[in-house]
Each structure stands twice: as C-alpha cells, then as structure tokens.
Design a protein around this ligand. Sequence first.
Ligand code: DLZ
Length: 167
Amino acid sequence: MAEKQKNLSENAAAFQFYTQRKVTIGIIVSEWNASITSALLEGAKTTLLKQGINASQIKIYHVPGSFELPSAASMLLEANDAIDAIICLGCVIQGETRHFEFISHAVASGITQISANYNSPVIFGVLTCDTIKQAEERSGGNHGNKGIEAAISCLKMLMLQDKIYNR
Ligand code: DLZ
C-alpha cells in the first residue's frame, strides 16, 4: 500500500544537504496573496540557511503574480550562469471565474518546461487552493509550510545533479 505522506515539512528536520559546490539558489516570489507567499518565502529561506547555504548564496526576486513565475525563471537562468537552481513561490486562490484554472495550468506547465529546457532544478512551490484558509494551513499552519518543502526539494535535486554528473 502507498505510504501516506501528506506533510513533507515534518521530514525536513531529518534531511541533511551536502555538496562540494558553492551553489547559488534563486527564489522567485509572487506578490499576489502576499501574506501567504511571504510565509512561504520565510519557510524556504530559513530552511536553506539551516542547511548551510549562506545568505549571499540566496538571491530573491519578486514578480507581480504567479503567472509571471515561469518567465522570470527563464530570464534568470538565461541571464545568470551562476544560478544553480530556482524555487518558485506563489499562491493561486480559486475565485468566481476560470482565472484560477488558466493561471494554475500555465504556471505548472511553464515551470516544467523551463526546468527541462535548462536542465536545472526549478521547483514548483505554488499553492493552488480553494480558500485562503487552505493556503494559511499550508504556509505555516496544520499542513506545514510548502516553502520548507520547496527548499528541501531544491536541495535534493542539487544532490541528484551531483550524483548524475559526478560533481
Ligand atoms: C489576476 C490574478 C488572479 C485573479 N488571481 C491570482 C491569484 O490567485 N494568484 C496569483 O498569484 N496571481 C493571480 N492573478 C495575477 C496573475 O498571476 C498575473 O499576475 C496577471 O494575470 C498578469 O499577468
């Protein structure tokens, strides 16, 4: 039977990041639903620092909304050779129109495409929730903080890159 795993934030404490590289990580944060995305950013940043990444190795950028996350990630990888991985943080909340579906799908497929095109980890730290309460629960509430999980995923992918490319 599949393991029941709802909240990866709890596993973060057991994780240990190791690389011989001095990696630089870009974090791109959406300004929409800023109270949520700032909590995701805090979770991601604190986790990276706890895992031995220096503040100077973390570059933070803001975009207007989640829809802009993929293009900002693409620009960043294109412009800056020193960026080893990107964490995209956003929060899309269901409204009265179909905007939610378009934005969610565009962001998910945009991030997938950029990650594959650049062969670099680009992490999907975007909440897609029906209500603000659900988002609050996932940005430091009962369901953990998806910013922490995005940071751990990013570090795990960098370690995988080391393994695959013998770095
Ligand atoms: C327009 C819009 C709406 C309605 N809702 C959200 C949302 O819940 N979360 C989010 O991150 N962004 C939202 N946006 C803004 C779009 O992502 C985008 O910034 C604009 O459509 C401009 O391209």
